[in-house]
Design a protein around this ligand. Sequence first.
Ligand SMILES: CC(C)(COP(=O)(O)OP(=O)(O)OC[C@H]1O[C@@H](n2cnc3c(N)ncnc32)[C@H](O)[C@@H]1OP(=O)(O)O)[C@@H](O)C(=O)NCCC(=O)NCCS
Length: 164
Amino acid sequence: MRETSHLDTLVLARAIDAVPIALMSRRLVEAGLPSWAWTARRVARQIHDPESVVLAARRGDELTGFAIMGFGEESAHLNLLAVESRCRRVGLGTRLVRWLEATAMVAGTFEVSLEVRASNAAGRRFYRQLGYREAEVLPGYYERIEDAVRMIRDLRVVRIDQAS
Ligand SMILES: CC(C)(COP(=O)(O)OP(=O)(O)OC[C@H]1O[C@@H](n2cnc3c(N)ncnc32)[C@H](O)[C@@H]1OP(=O)(O)O)[C@@H](O)C(=O)NCCC(=O)NCCS
């Protein structure tokens, strides 16, 4: 039987989650970059920031994924997203993003932007699949050693294949 992401529960992260989330970021998102941008201290600040949401996916006591979104007046920014390797391709990443998009819409924010490493072909494909368009390339965005691609989604636009 195909594994399903419904084994995972989505909950708001607590202070105690800051260290495992930061470690997951370093391992799965920031691998190979010279410095660690999303340290536990920075994640903890986001957990306590009323203008940001840190969402955790749990399977029992285990953290299986997370996402961090900051909310501005005009747009929301998806700062970080990762799913444990063994839990991928069953819809968990999609659930994390859709949960945060729904929250943005409740807050009256209809644009979501994000940056993804240009070399992250799987990540770019994932976001395109979710309706994000590649808006621009930001040369040297990651510590001058790697470009970023900025991706944007207008939440008011729903493709037929995303409607269900
Ligand atoms: C990107 C990431 C969050 C996707 O998580 P996920 O739970 O596997 O995503 P989903 O199962 O919801 O995938 C939805 C769709 O996106 C596309 N997709 C996801 N991963 C893909 C991959 N490795 N290659 C190609 N397409 C992919 C597929 O169309 C997939 O649907 P399908 O499985 O029915 O074909 C996960 O691969 C990850 O954590 N990667 C490392 C960190 C990262 O790149 N974060 C994003 C940038 S910060």
